[in-house]
Design a protein around this ligand. Sequence first.
Ligand code: AMP
Length: 300
Amino acid sequence: MSIVVVGSVALDSVETPHGKVQNALGGSATYFSVSASFFTNDVKLVAVIGEDFPNEHIEFLKSRGIDLEGLEQVKGKTFRWAGRYGANLSGAETLATELNVFESFSPKIPDSYKSAEYVFLANINPELQLDVLRQMKNAKLIVCDTMNLWIAERKEKLLETIKHVDILIINDAEARQLTGEQKVDMAARKILEYGPSRVVVKKGEHGAITLTDKTYFSSPAYPLKRVLDPTGAGDTFAGGFMGYLASTDDVSEQNIRKAIVYGTVMASFNVEDFSLNRQRILTREEIESRFSEIKAITEF
Ligand code: AMP
């Protein structure tokens, strides 16, 4: 089954206690698509880049089999984000967000994308997320992500988007910010009242939970020995989650649980290096081996 994703394709400048990169490949849609491409060869990207976007990054996305018909290249500068992580590596401090070409972007979904069954609204202005949603004709599963900036500055539009999605994937701090509830479980339950039938809350090194009004599942994080750069962990998680669901075309509770663990595995690889460097050398065998390890450490 095919997946359409809309989100940012970016040049990121990131500093962590373990090093820094400047203008490295990043963006919510980039991390998502590359992660999903390990599970399905039918990932269709909708985003915009400027004239300054390095061709080698386009070649990398193509090498992952990602459909770039919906990736527009226009006059101007590519979206840029700069962030810094403190000693405990939890939560980035945003130093700069330059929307650039995203400021006037109005996504036109190619005809070949419109009947995709799986739709992922990666972190981007909720108006663009809604715009894409309106153009999709055949969506079977709509999943959405967001961030603190949009909760603070575009809450109304964001709540309108959330009303139309099946699953909201969000991190613990954002779930608190969105709902005003301090306990993550309570915040997740409140989000179910906004429209989605399921919510997934990512809790960083404490793993992830997913709940509906009848079910509850919790996965630990993979116990990593070192983390270099958490940027993109959330989008990479979502890519593994949805890539696995689309490849199996099964959204039963049991399969969603497996998808959460695949998301966890993909995020664990992502944080082992800066930008998407770990994904460049990642293999499906490594993914399966880490999936089995999580199964083993949670068995009792
Ligand atoms: P994550 O660490 O999973 O939350 O995502 C990090 C990615 O989100 C980075 O590669 C950024 O380029 C991208 N990003 C940061 N701020 C925004 C924003 N306001 N809109 C869209 N993408 C963003």
